[in-house]
Design a protein around this ligand. Sequence first.
Ligand code: 0CH
Ligand code: SF4
Length: 316
Amino acid sequence: MTKPPLTLYLAAPRGFCAGVDRAIKIVEMALSKWGAPVYVRHEIVHNEYVVDDLRAKGAVFVEELDECPTDRPVIFSAHGVPKSVPAEAAARQMLYVDATCPLVSKVHIEAERHHENGLQIVMIGHAGHPETVGTMGQLPDGEVLLVETPADVATLDVRDATRLAFVTQTTLSVDDTAEVVAALQTRFPAIVGPHKEDICYATTNRQEAVKAMAERAEAMLVVGAPNSSNSKRLVEVGARAGCAYAQLVQRATDIDWRALDGIRSMGITAGASAPEVLVNEVIDAFRARYEVTVEIIETAQENVEFKVPRVLRERV
Ligand code: 0CH
Ligand code: SF4
């Protein structure tokens, strides 16, 4: 039987960013330096495949520090941690390595600087997400107020409307965030903040590529996990850019083939925490059913790389 033709658009950039690459490398290097087990507080990045792979190599994933023995190293995930976490690790005399992405740490430092200047901080982020918890946890309770939407801005109760700054989560929707920033600037004209927001280069670039892909693809799949904020934002961006069917899949077995019946063009991208091996698995699944022609939609080139912490670069 002849297979139907399908144009497969592949977004570029897609998948791993420099912060994810570094975080995974930190766990691998810690395992080779100190041997197993090495503890990791929270999923190092939000991807089950990555976590399972590291678990097989000897990493033990926990949610809180008190689940770790004090005589084994512990690594903090790429999303960042409240100040209390390294403080507790130090108090328990634990060896810890911080895999927080340097671009998240930059936001932590920004928030601290505003606080030192006497400003109260408004954070744009998702309640309960580990990055939001980590950034808010850089300062004492009440010093960082959380908003998620323009409606939240309208009801915000601030200490002094003339002494405010804002910071954001790094993995938000660029367009949604612009609306929240605009609402903040309208209600609090004196508010200070970054040039636009704190959304990182990787998040921005992946969303741009999805928009370009949505102009051509009838349907779109985003490879990523349901707890991955940046991956979920890619689905929303794709749908909003006009793609009639945009869906998150963890891997090929999640594809709903019936929903894709009759399509002639398909877009594929991957969140910053999704490994390329899973993208290839999805492409192979399409090749098994269609006569596939691949076209790359490249909207940016990336060459960002982050060093791992010094303790892992030193020879034993
Ligand atoms: O997108 P989120 O923040 O949920 O995290 P992820 O899927 O693990 O991707 C890596 C980003 C880590 C911190 O910016
Ligand atoms: Fe860092 Fe951005 Fe990647 Fe998050 S998504 S780990 S902030 S580069």
